[in-house]
Design a protein around this ligand. Structure first.
Ligand code: PEP
Ligand code: MN
Length: 333
């Protein structure tokens, strides 16, 4: 349930109302906009007398929110959430250009790629240190050493970094990581989500291989309900019957999510297509669809990449993508 307060409600009046609602064992989420303040009531709202609430002087309107996700719901929080990572903002008109290799492989590789993508206009560096591979025999990532090298690349370029966590026991290693990624395979690892909700780190939450948008929002809700509202959603393609691409990019997810939630939405055309030549067109389409950012895998030598070489762009190809993405953004805003 949400209660929209009338403009001019004083902080004391609002506090009075919040105390009364909390007395009914409800959690109250306050979202202050420039014009309106929205109170989100979380818990068993069946005991709230809607008519009584509506009749209060300070209350403009009261609505039941039927969706099971509350804090992620745009009805609760009409304004776009802007997530801050280092000095980069994402959402609400701020665009994230995230680039870097699938996996950190060596100091030379990550520093070279970080320098190149920054030069082209990337504002966040990606790189996997813990890799969720389908085969236990495939390269599993450099783990803690990979994070150390990412931090070196951050020092060398000033770019904030995003990297994936697979197990909460590794959380200490992420102390200086700017954005923690939850990969597609862990989107419904609810224990992991709850623990990440207790941190104040921005979380990049990728859509699961076969998950609906409502399930994605419920996973965001797991993080937010623990107190961390810094969540970025990522569409990275879903499993369908189509075999021409690694996954099927669900571009309409951008518009649907923008309607349903205030959280920023970024698109990963690399994992969505699995093919380097499809990354640029899908990045352009995602930009035109209004994504709040794009995440692209870039490798200085894709043919020798230890992971996902077939979908990785060279720095030169990425430079061209950045250039056109900027033009598309200028055209649509
Ligand atoms: C990744 O971004 O490196 C990754 C493994 O992606 P996903 O979880 O979307 O497969
Ligand atoms: Mn990858």
């Amino acid at each position: 349930m949400i209660a929209i307060l009338k403009p001019g409600t004083t902080p004391a009046q609002m506090q009075h109302l919040v105390d009364w609602l909390k007395h009914m064992n409800l959690d109250v989420h306050i979202s202050k906009g420039t014009e309106v303040t929205v109170l989100g009531l979380i818990g068993d709202t069946s005991r709230v007398d809607m008519d009584l609430l509506k009749s209060l002087d300070m209350v403009e309107s009261v609505k039941r929110v039927s969706e099971p996700y509350k804090q992620a719901n745009r009805k609760f929080h009409p304004k776009d959430t802007i997530v801050q990572a280092g000095d980069v903002r994402i959402g609400g008109g701020y665009f994230a250009m995230i680039a870097g290799p699938c996996s950190v492989e060596s100091e030379e590789q990550i520093i070279a790629v970080a320098r190149a993508v920054k030069e082209s206009g990337a504002n966040i560096l990606r790189g996997g240190a813990f890799k969720p591979r389908t085969s236990p025999y495939a390269f599993q990532g450099m783990n803690g050493e990979g994070i150390r090298l990412l931090l070196e690349a951050k020092k060398a370029t000033g770019l904030p970094i995003v990297t994936e966590i697979m197990n909460i026991t590794a959380l200490d290693m992420f102390a200086d990581v700017d954005i923690i990624q939850v990969g597609a395979r862990n989107m419904q690892n609810f224990d992991l989500l709850k623990e990440l909700g207790k941190t104040q780190k921005p979380i990049l939450l990728k859509r699961g291989l076969a998950n609906t948008l409502q399930e994605l929002l419920m996973s965001a809700e797991y993080i937010m309900s623990e107190g961390n509202e810094q969540v970025i959603l990522c569409e990275r393609g879903i499993r369908t019957f189509e075999t021409a691409t690694r996954n099927t990019l669900d571009l309409s997810a951008v518009s649907v999510l923008h309607k349903l939630t205030h959280l920023p939405v970024v698109v990963d055309p690399s994992h969505a297509t699995g093919k380097a030549d499809l990354v640029a067109p899908m990045a352009y389409a995602a930009t035109a669809a209004g994504a709040d950012g794009i995440m692209i895998e870039v490798h200085n030598n894709p043919a020798c990449a230890l992971c996902d070489g077939a979908q990785s762009l060279t720095p030169h190809q990425f430079d061209e993508v950045c250039h056109k993405v900027r033009k598309i953004r200028e055209a649509i805003v």
